[in-house]
Design a protein around this ligand. Structure first.
Ligand SMILES: Cc1cc2nc3c(=O)[nH]c(=O)nc-3n(C[C@H](O)[C@H](O)[C@H](O)COP(=O)(O)OP(=O)(O)OC[C@H]3O[C@@H](n4cnc5c(N)ncnc54)[C@H](O)[C@@H]3O)c2cc1C
Length: 469
């Protein structure tokens, strides 16, 4: 009897796990090879200050269906919770200003809330207000840098104080070097369809306040997103998927009869199809001997590093009410921190009467100061900034530093076109080898899950086709 076809998934982050979940139950052998000691990749949940704390992603967008649907498929749908606090602030000059309600990724869609927020100076508001009168389509080309597009339409302040901090907070990127098509697809679509980007964004129906009772924009699991990984791992084991950790894949060779040999630390695995869900530099190394142009494109994708410092302080030490989800920091003001999440206000499961928990981020594309500081020096600097922003006095009860080196792929303008060329070269030279993960189509968990599922469907069709051929 011929053995069942086998698909090997390289990388056990959320993209690889979503791929394996999609592949399981189709009568194939499915294997996952993960380099780290645990599954989950950037998803990591730790015990901190008597609670569980995510030190990687702490929520996902619910506007895209993939993450919510995956949670439901795993029986976690009823556990999903929304943030308790919605309002966020931006640190501009010496003030924390509440972000205006009506925005799409920092693009103001109504003037009233923008004026009332006092995030922009009066000349900055006037400059933003003339956007609908500017000539020409906002986006004439295929793609553009988000920063340049926003500055051209709305002026420097909307860019520096709203769009760059918000998008930088999601991507750890420099919006002057990020593709609008990848990081803000809804804005790219609005910019092509309408004469005004602000009006286009509003018409896209995403610019207003959420309706009462509408689905909240973000969701998470109270035990931390590590629970998603744990339950995914259990489902894969239950479905007979061969999951191995501490098993870095070092090469991908052409195998007998048109298949592949995936060489891992634990030895070779023969595969009919392969999903490469490891970061782009690893995928580049694996495809390099067979598809050098694709390898060069993948290797050229830049990555930004972020350091996340969790602090617990006695509630009494904080000089203001933490009445929101946290604040972002406008670039170019000399601050080390890029964002501060008021985690114990944002999530009820982290709240406590006698202490607050903050997650402070530092480092982004073009700013590696945090990388060059020792943990001690980093914590001292961030405490000084916290004292200034929130009036925090006295020492923390607990501190935890997590360094995410080269963690955020940067999608430069033209990214989609380059990835299409990679996919077409791979289909030709390595049929059945597909890519997945954050480097492909965005860093958000829903995008990573979607990429894993799409790669799995391609791999499945290829493997089954070989089996029947
Ligand atoms: C601090 C932080 C905060 C974030 N916040 C959010 C958020 O709130 N919401 C959100 O939606 N997103 C957030 N993100 C982004 C999101 O977490 C990531 O984009 C996503 O988890 C990436 O998933 P992935 O599977 O593509 O990659 P990864 O998680 O990087 O997984 C890739 C896996 O491949 C493995 N690997 C590497 N080399 C090999 C090899 N040779 N062989 C086998 N395996 C290998 C790695 O060990 C890793 O486990 C955040 C990211 C970070 C770092």
């Amino acid at each position: 009897m011929t053995p069942p076809a086998r698909v090997v998934v390289v990388g056990g982050g959320i993209a690889g796990l979503a791929a394996a979940h999609e592949l399981a139950g189709h009568g194939l052998d499915v294997a996952v090879r993960e380099a780290g000691d645990a599954l989950g990749g950037k998803i990591r949940t730790k015990a901190f200050a008597g609670a569980t704390l995510d030190v990687g992603p702490d929520a996902f967008l619910s506007r895209r269906p993939e993450a919510v649907e995956l949670c439901r498929a795993l029986g976690l749908g009823d556990e999903l919770v929304a943030p308790s606090a919605g309002a966020a602030y931006v640190w501009v000059g010496r003030h924390l200003r509440r972000l205006p309600a009506a925005m799409v990724l920092g693009i103001p869609t109504r003037l009233g809330p923008l004026v009332r927020s006092r995030v922009l100076s009066p000349p900055g508001v006037v400059r933003a207000a003339v956007e609908p009168l500017l000539p020409g389509r906002p986006l004439a080309d295929d793609d553009a840098a988000l920063g340049a597009l926003v500055r051209r339409r709305f002026g420097t302040e909307v860019h520096q104080r709203l769009v760059d901090p918000l998008v930088g907070g999601i991507t750890a990127g420099d919006t002057d070097r990020l593709s609008v098509e990848v990081v803000a697809p809804q804005l790219a679509a609005a910019a092509r369809r309408h004469r005004s980007l602000g009006i286009g964004a509003r018409k896209a129906g995403t610019g207003g306040d959420p309706l009462p009772g509408a689905t909240p924009p973000f969701l998470t699991l109270p035990g931390g997103l590590g629970r998603l990984v744990e339950v995914l791992g259990e489902h894969l084991a239950g479905a007979g998927v061969d999951v191995r950790t501490a098993d870095a894949v070092s090469s991908l060779r052409l195998g007998p009869h048109g298949g592949y040999v995936v060489e891992g630390r634990s030895g070779p695995t023969v595969a009919d199809a392969v999903v490469l869900a490891a970061p782009a530099p690893v995928a580049a190394r694996l495809v390099g001997p067979h598809a050098p142009d694709s390898a060069a494109t993948l290797a050229a994708i830049e990555y930004a590093s972020v350091t996340l410092v969790a602090f617990a302080f006695p509630t009494a030490a904080v000089g203001r009410r933490l009445d929101g989800s946290g604040f972002l920091v406008a670039r170019g003001q000399g601050r080390l921190m890029t964002a501060c999440s008021w985690t114990s206000s944002k999530w009820a499961h982290v709240a406590s009467d006698d202490r607050v928990v903050l997650r402070v981020s530092a480092g982004r594309s073009g700013d590696d100061r945090a990388d060059r500081l020792s943990d001690e020096a980093l914590v001292v600097t961030l405490r000084l900034e916290l004292a200034e922003a929130l009036g925090i006095v006295g020492p923390p009860l607990e501190v935890g530093v997590t360094r995410w080196r080269r963690a955020f792929p940067q999608h430069a303008p033209g990214h989609r076109r380059r990835i299409a060329a990679v996919e077409s070269e791979l289909a030709h030279r390595l049929p059945g080898v597909t890519l997945a993960g954050a480097a492909l189509d965005g860093v958000g968990l829903p995008a990573c899950i979607a990429s894993g599922q799409a790669a799995a469907r391609t791999a499945l069709a290829h493997a089954l086709g070989r089996g029947s051929g």
